[in-house]
Structures are given as structure tokens and as C-alpha cells.
Design a protein around this ligand. Structure first.
Ligand SMILES: [Fe+2]
Ligand SMILES: [Fe+2]
Length: 144
């Protein structure tokens, strides 16, 4: 396997770990959010989970197809019971993921993996939507 392909697969495994982390993050926050924020945030957290699951499935399959070994270790998730901190943590994760996918898109393009480029662009669009919703939620005055 050449160096560029190895770098790409290592990067995709970092992305996969972070998608697993995102599933854990949204699941945990949906389970623990309380008070007035419960009604506002629980449905939002739950709605994001299938998107992240789809991303994780796609990445693990692609890593295997490219000859790599998909990771089984999720990225670290910050636990908090504070609703604002939950949204801030999600905002950080989604922003970092978008930046990683831009790099990955470039690496995939250099290897001529057009299908992966297209899929990464789709995932950038999904994560940008998540990031923008989170940004708007953070502006809610009811947030304690
Ligand atoms: Fe995702
Ligand atoms: Fe996301």
C-alpha cells in the first residue's frame, strides 16, 4: 500500500472514531438533558443520531474496501449536564469534523477517488447543517 493511501486510511479511521464519538455524544446528551431545555434539545439531539450512524457505516465500509482495518474505538466525549455546554461541545465537534473532511476530500481527490470526494462533500453538507442548527440553538435566551 502506498504512503498516500495509508495516510488517507489513517485519516478516515480518525473520522470514523469521531463519528462514533458523535453518536455517543448525541445519545448521552439526549438522555441527560433536563429542565426547560429538555423539550427544546432532546428531539434535536435524537434527530442527529441517524445521520452520524450513516456516516460511521459509510466510513467503516470504505476503510475496509480500501484495504484498511476500521477502528472500533470512539473518540473521547465530554460529559456535562449543562445544556449550554452540551451545545458548545457539539459545536466544537461538528466544526472540527468539517475541517477534517475538507482535508480528507483533498487527499481523496489526489488519489482519484471521486466517489469518496462526492460522499465527503455530502457529509460536509450534513455536518454544516448540524453546526448551523447548534449555532442558532446557542442564541436561544431560554438557555440557562
Ligand atoms: Fe457525522
Ligand atoms: Fe454531525
Amino acid at each position: 500500500m502506498d504512503d498516500k493511501m495509508k495516510t488517507l486510511i489513517d485519516g478516515l479511521n480518525e473520522d470514523l472514531a469521531n463519528e462514533y464519538g458523535a453518536i455517543i455524544q448525541y445519545t448521552t446528551y439526549a438522555a441527560t438533558v433536563t429542565g426547560m431545555n429538555y423539550q427544546m434539545l432532546k428531539p434535536f439531539f435524537e434527530e442527529e443520531i441517524p445521520d452520524e450512524q450513516g456516516h460511521a457505516s459509510y466510513l467503516s465500509e470504505k476503510i475496509a474496501t480500501l484495504g484498511g482495518e476500521p477502528t472500533t474505538r470512539p473518540a473521547e466525549v465530554v460529559f456535562t449536564t449543562d445544556a449550554r455546554e452540551m451545545l458548545q461541545e457539539i459545536f466544537k465537534s461538528e466544526s472540527a469534523t468539517i475541517e477534517r473532511y475538507k482535508i480528507r476530500r483533498q487527499q481523496a481527490d489526489e488519489l482519484g477517488l471521486i466517489d469518496l470526494v462526492v460522499q465527503l462533500e455530502d457529509m460536509i453538507a450534513d455536518e454544516t447543517k448540524h453546526k448551523e442548527i447548534t449555532e442558532r440553538m446557542l442564541k436561544d435566551p431560554r438557555l440557562s
